[in-house]
Design a protein around this ligand. Sequence first.
Ligand SMILES: [Fe+2]
Ligand SMILES: [Fe+2]
Length: 155
Amino acid sequence: MYYGTDQNNYEEMYREQMHQRENVLDLIKEAMKDERHDRIKYKNMMDMAKDEKVKKQIEFAYMDEGKHYKMFQQIYYMLTGKMIDIPAPKVEGYNKLIDAVETSINGELEAVELYRKIQSMLPNQKLRDMLFEIITDEQEHATRFVYVYSILTGK
Ligand SMILES: [Fe+2]
Ligand SMILES: [Fe+2]
C-alpha cells in the first residue's frame, strides 16, 4: 500500500537518524579521549626533549589538543545540551623520544581519518566548520612531527 510504504520509509529514516546521532556522539567522546591522551603524551615528550627547537614544535601540538578538547566538548553540548568531561586516559611510556615522535605521526593521521568521519555526520555548517579547523590543525601536527623526526635523526 502506498501510505504504508511511505510510513515505513519515514520510520526507517527516523531510526537511521537516531542511530547516526548516537553514533556521532560516541565518536565525539572517542575524539575527546584521544585529545586528552595526546595532550598528556605531548607534555611527556616536551619533558624528554633536550633541543629547544624540538620542544617548541611539540608545544604547538600540545596547545592545540587542549583547544580541540574544548571544541569537541562544545560540539557535544550543542548536539545534546549536556556538558561532559572525559577522564584522563592511561598514556603509554617511551624510553626514546624518537619512538614517541614516530607513533605521534601515525596518531595524527588517524585522528584526521576519524575527524573526517565525524565531520560528515554533523548536522550543520557551523559544526562542520569547527571540525574543518581541527582537521587542518591535526594535519599541521603531522607535518611538525615529521619535521621533528628529521631533526632527531639528523637527516
Ligand atoms: Fe587534536
Ligand atoms: Fe594533534
